[in-house]
Design a protein around this ligand. Structure first.
Ligand code: ATP
Length: 247
């Protein structure tokens, strides 16, 4: 469904993506893990057209999308849940959700949008309880639910999620990942970038590890989770063999 080949991206003269190649098949959940500054957010922003790709190719559903404006990319079926919950803080919960679907009324009709709204309220009853509340006054976790709900209301074929667990209590982060699994059951393909490698590898089918703007490892999540380099660098596990003498 999505294929990147040797994609570069720059901020001025700083190169943030260095020849990134990756793919996401329809129905998959794919994670990209890596430490601070590895280029994960830049990767998503480049796919969604917010940052121009320089060199390389980005193909979505058989169509090259590098160079298209972000609103066109949304219309093709890619929707991004941005990092740090960029919701419209002075607007109500309901208005935020409706705005997520603004481009669908003409295409899908009001009833389809209302059905999806019901689904968002089914997976996040908390949002329904706070339907008229100003989004900026929601708790951090509730704002993250709203950001995810808004991304879902765009009814994307591919949902890009940027650090969905950032700043959330473990229970709330688990809830967000559980819901992500349900979105996939409803036919949404997901590319998620995460510093929380534990959670990301538990959720995803496959994963890529990024360091300094490059993909350094890739594979099935279960294989990466048992890879010593990944365990040491991202899962906080020591790799000392059990037979070594204790200090
Ligand atoms: P984190 O997990 O900390 O959010 P990340 O993996 O998402 O990190 P990016 O935000 O993509 O990393 O940043 C990649 C590199 O690009 C970093 O070195 C960062 O300092 C740099 N960078 C990001 N945004 C800009 C910008 N607007 N201008 C200049 N450099 C930037």
């Amino acid at each position: 469904m999505l294929k990147l080949e040797k994609v570069n991206a720059f901020y001025g003269r700083i190169q943030a993506l260095r020849g990134i190649s990756l793919h996401v098949a329809e129905g998959e959940i794919v994670a990209v893990i890596g430490s601070n500054g590895a280029g994960k957010s830049t990767l998503l922003n480049t796919i969604s057209g917010m940052i121009p790709a320089r060199g390389g190719q980005i193909v979505f559903a058989g169509r090259p999308i590098a160079g298209l404006p972000p609103e066109k990319i949304v219309r093709l079926g890619i929707s991004q849940v941005p990092e740090r919950r960029q919701i419209f803080s002075t607007m109500s919960v309901m208005d935020n959700l409706i705005l997520g679907a603004y481009h669908r009324y003409g295409r899908d009709g009001r009833q389809a949008v209302e059905r999806d709204l019901d689904f968002v309220f089914e997976i996040f009853p908390r949002l329904q309880e706070r339907i008229g509340q100003t989004a900026g006054t929601l708790s951090g976790g509730e704002q993250q639910m709203l950001a995810l709900g808004r991304g879902w209301m765009a009814k994307p074929r591919l949902l890009l999620m940027d650090e969905p667990s950032l700043g959330l209590a473990p229970l709330m982060a688990r809830e967000i990942f559980r819901v992500s699994g349900r979105l996939r059951e409803r036919g949404t393909t997901i590319l998620v970038v995460e510093q929380n490698a534990h959670a990301a590898l538990a959720l995803a089918d496959r994963a890529y590890v990024m360091e300094e703007g490059q993909v350094v490892l890739e594979g099935k999540s279960s294989d990466l989770a048992s890879d010593q380099r990944v365990q040491k660098a991202y899962l906080g596990k020591a790799t000392t063999p059990p037979s070594s003498p204790s200090p």
